[in-house]
Unconditional design. Sequence first.
Length: 135
Amino acid sequence: TSQEAARQGAIRTFGGTPQKLEKAITDRAKQAKDLYEEASKQVLIVDYELNTLLQTDSMKQAMKRVQSIETEVGKARPSPEGTMSVGRLHYLKMAIDDFVRDPDKFGISGLETAAYQGTRKALVDWITSRSPRPV
């Protein structure tokens, strides 16, 4: 239809020339990387709410994975006692994401998966409520 042709024509011109579109994509990727690095270095106070989350079995398992990953990639994110970097919190979230995404691999049952999802949500809510630039 002519409406579809017009829509396709508009889409093709959205980024300008292919070179401009490629530059915009590259610039955005660099900006995102810079913001991620900045956010990951931010240090937050471990309050009662986060400390309670950290005591759950899922978070203890996730923390073991985080420590292993940090050792392997040489990106330890030490923080002063009573604090945690947003980068480490992000690694924790990613570890729980893995547990939830592939429960069979980790020997987690349906009920545990649901519990892990609840813990993940609580962690993400905690991070976003305290970090102006969560990763």
